[in-house]
Design a protein around this ligand. Structure first.
Ligand code: MV4
Length: 500
């Protein structure tokens, strides 16, 4: 039994974990960098400890400090959340060696899946379909050219040491190999300290579909269906949903079975995700994420399973207690990532103080947030402010519900992705479920229309009309029209500034 947990993270995921801990009667210990002293996760936890200055490398990434704090606070376990130290095998090992419980898979599992060629070898051996290509790194450009010839163009050069798109280059003809090899190798060396690259057949315009898996310490592994994450930009997911609009029940079970085989092959324990590329009924293993993912709520909403609670139970040694056949999947869920980025300015990060915040509510709406009014948004951390998640009986209703919820959302003080996401909800290809990882680039019009401004003007006009009507009805004394407009604008935009 785990009775206390140190949450080695910040923002919305730290809050998510703290809430799950509280429901299970587990004492939560938060950690914070200097600027996060009054952050929501600090205020919500049972205890909180400072771990260093703003840069993550001097705070949230200080594994030694975190383990020390856990010991001092008497925490028995460390939950890494996602990002930061969640997929560092060395940290998982250090936590276990300190006599604490790492909430996640073993260090060996993390290391095996972190090495992409090693992962491909293991997956191929376990009978999981991998993208045609190599399972070893190439030694030089000439070897890359020979390999490309064998695989067939177009090919994709990838870093052996890590994913996330770093060190990746598409090559369409032999003359392009040398340049691409040098660039990919250099980029991989910078990003991972390991310049090894390997080749795969390049799959054009695939969909990104991933399977949620769960393993326990007793050798049981189940899958909880898929999430489709095709709406992304430069490897940053924007929208995720479950189920995928495209998978047939037979494809779902085939992909799910492959994912379970993948997890079982590395003795998987805890929550994990097996990523696939999907195209025209075929699917290929891409990588495995050995952590809880940002988009886990869509799976929770269609399965009714609390994944963080299950992480706590499995980490305590409890068996899963259910099989695939016991999992009832109902309805449709969609998640939108609300980030502090300007969609009409190349998604550049936006900073500022959140002066006003209206959070959507109502039937089928979930807000996994890590922000509050008055909070300063800086460039130190990930721009994810919150996740807006909806569920409904079917996809069409879920899309409509997300549009409604996004209309209710108001974040003043920083630019956010919200208005872009709102425009996607009306876009015919998205509505039809016609997606691929090229969706954002293939819909450039959505990146131009600044609906945010127009919406604010519309809201102000609506507010002016409502105020007018209200005054008429109550026969209130009329005031100058210019003042009416101003107060209506204020009503529509919310309190201008509390301290004004
Ligand atoms: C691919 C691919 C096409 N063909 N591999 C991107 C990061 C890393 N996770 C693997 N990635 C890709 N691998 C082959 N053989 C296309 C991508 C890819 C991608 C994959 C998933 C989600 C978004 C993506 C965006 C661009 C490229």
């Amino acid at each position: 039994m785990i009775r206390s947990v140190l949450v080695a993270n910040r923002g919305e995921i730290a809050l998510r974990i703290i809430r799950a801990a509280r429901e299970r009667g587990i004492r939560s210990v938060a950690v914070y960098s200097a600027p996060d002293r009054m952050a929501p996760h600090v205020l919500e936890a049972d205890e909180a400890y400072p771990i260093g200055p703003a840069p993550a490398s001097e705070s949230y990434l200080r594994g030694d400090v975190l383990i020390d704090v856990a010991k001092r606070a008497g925490a028995e376990a460390i939950h890494p959340g996602y990002g930061f130290l969640s997929e560092r095998a060395g940290f998982a090992r250090a936590v276990e060696e300190a006599g604490l419980c790492f909430i996640g898979p073993t260090a060996d599992t993390i290391a095996a899946m972190g090495d992409k060629t090693e992962a491909r070898r293991r997956m191929a051996a376990a009978g999981v379909p991998i993208v045609p290509g190599m399972t070893d790194a190439v030694v030089d450009a000439a070897a890359a050219r020979r390999a490309a010839q064998e695989i067939g163009y177009p090919v994709l050069l990838k870093a052996s040491a890590g994913g996330g798109g770093k060190g990746m280059r598409v090559v369409r003809e032999p003359s392009g190999v040398e340049r691409a090899y040098d660039a990919a190798s250099r980029e991989a060396l910078t990003a991972f300290g390991d310049g090894r690259v390997y080749l795969e057949r390049y799959v054009e315009r695939p969909r990104h579909i991933e399977i949620q898996v769960f393993g326990d310490a007793h050798g049981n592994v189940v899958h909880l269906g898929e999430r489709e994450c095709s709406v992304q930009r430069r490897h940053q997911k924007l929208i995720e949903e479950a189920p995928s609009p495209v998978l047939t029940p037979a494809e779902r079970e085939a992909m799910g079975t492959a994912a379970v085989r993948a997890a079982a092959a590395v003795d998987y324990r805890g929550a994990g995700t097996v990523e696939f590329l999907y195209r025209g009924g075929e699917f290929f293993f891409l990588e495995m994420n050995t952590r809880l993912q940002v988009e886990h709520p869509v799976t929770e909403l269609v399965t009714g399973i609390d994944l963080v609670d299950l992480q706590f139970r499995v980490a305590s040694g409890e068996p899963l207690g259910f099989a695939r056949a016991d999992v009832r999947m109902t309805g449709h869920a969609i998640e939108c990532r609300i980030t502090s980025e300007d969609p009409y300015g190349g998604f550049l990060p936006s900073t500022g103080r959140i002066s006003h915040l209206e959070i959507p509510a109502g039937p089928g709406v979930r807000w996994d947030g890590g922000i509050q009014r008055g909070q300063e948004i800086t460039l130190h951390y990930d721009p994810l402010l919150a996740k807006l998640i909806v569920s409904a009986p079917n996809r069409a209703t879920a899309v409509t519900r997300m549009a409604r919820a996004l209309d209710e959302l108001l974040v003043v003080g920083v630019e956010t992705s919200a208005s872009y996401l709102r425009s996607v909800m009306d876009e015919p290809d998205f509505r039809a479920g016609d997606l691929s990882i090229a969706y954002v680039e293939e819909h450039p019009d959505l990146l131009r229309a600044d609906l945010g401004e127009q919406e604010l003007v519309a809201a102000a006009l609506a507010g002016a009309l409502l105020e007018e009507e209200h005054r008429e009805r109550h026969r209130a004394p009329r005031i100058a029209s210019s003042q009416t407009g101003m107060s209506a604008w204020r009503a529509a935009a919310g309190p201008w500034r509390e301290d004004e």
